[in-house]
Design a protein around this ligand. Sequence first.
Ligand SMILES: N[C@@H](CCC(=O)N[C@@H](CS)C(=O)NCC(=O)O)C(=O)O
Length: 204
Amino acid sequence: MNNLIELYGANTGNSIRAAIALEEAGIAYTARKVDLWAHEQRDMPYKALNPAGKVPTLVDHTLTPALVVNQSNAIIQYADAKAPGRLAPMLPDHETVRVFDRYFFFVTDVIAPSHAAFFLRQAGLDDAAVVIDKRVIEQLIFAESFLTEGFMAGDSFSMADISAFTIASSVRDRLDWKSHPRMADWFRAIEARPAVQRGLNAFQ
Ligand SMILES: N[C@@H](CCC(=O)N[C@@H](CS)C(=O)NCC(=O)O)C(=O)O
């Protein structure tokens, strides 16, 4: 618990991704639950912190003025900057670049289309959503080829595993795990990490 760093969020992939990053980086914070069903994200006082009315939001009161971060992936990069070496290698070398390369693969090629499919489904455009969902699964399965050294970007846990894990969790019922044993082993190993478990439970 640390009231100096607050993470506002709900039990959704975007918030959990941010919580896992803080946990894995060893950054103390207080989780503040935002009730999406009660539309708290769209009302004051939360909306003053996040004008888009979305979760998560991180507030770091150790800085003056307080630092406010609204994007889950920017929170991951904040955690990496604050605790160097935990979510990506410290040196700007080949390994570091590979971590960012893989991390952005999940952010832009898997998570972003998954959000698009969600909005299409909400708009009743189910056929279009199915096409995008199929692409999400295909891209995720392609990522099994990244797992040559055990993790998504080499032989150590990194932010690439965080982004991959939250999106894989959200489609876990639609993945043919038996046909992708390396992916299944990786998923089990990431899910079993104590910091990941704490992040998964941050907004329960
Ligand atoms: N790109 C943002 C997306 C945030 C987002 O879409 N959050 C959803 C929950 S997963 C939300 O707050 N939805 C509530 C709403 O739209 O009212 C991020 O990665 O943080």
